[in-house]
Design a protein. Structure first.
Length: 144
């Protein structure tokens, strides 16, 4: 109970706000929801952009992924073609990647599925990167 005689939830005012049904109309209503290249490309000072390219049958080609990363601004200087035949497990590869990243670094992937072989792996990968202070940017969300 508070000094007014009720709990905070009892005297809080609520109002229904009418929102347009069309997402495009909604985005135009709120400037913060409008696309911004500056916001999307933002990253902490002195951070590194690290591109992750994955070779799998369900992924775009290595060239397509690399081109998307280059278009975003990821430097391609030290690009190494992924080698699926290395015998490393997905967990071992991620551990190797995590060991090269520091707080504030930005991992950029062309497709959300580069972060795992399924939704559970993708969620675990993003959670682990966030726990380590690494920012994740996904350029493509088009596929299911």
């Amino acid at each position: 109970m508070d000094a007014v005689g009720g709990t905070p939830g009892e005297y809080a005012e609520t109002h229904t706000v009418a929102l347009p049904g069309d997402a495009d109309t909604l985005a135009a209503t709120f400037p913060a929801l409008q696309p911004s290249a500056e916001w999307w490309a933002a990253r902490p000072a002195d951070s590194r952009l690290v591109g992750l390219v994955v070779v799998r049958d369900d992924m775009p080609s290595v060239v397509a992924q690399r081109d998307a990363l280059a278009q975003f601004g990821v430097p391609i200087d030290g690009f190494r073609h992924p080698a699926p035949e290395t015998g490393e497990s997905w967990t071992e590869r991620l551990t190797r990647l995590f060991g090269r990243l520091g707080t504030g670094d930005v991992v950029v992937v062309a497709d959300k599925h580069a972060l795992g072989r399924g939704v559970d792996e993708e969620i675990r990968t993003v959670a682990e990167l966030r726990r380590r202070g690494v920012i994740v940017k996904v350029l493509g969300h088009d596929r299911a």
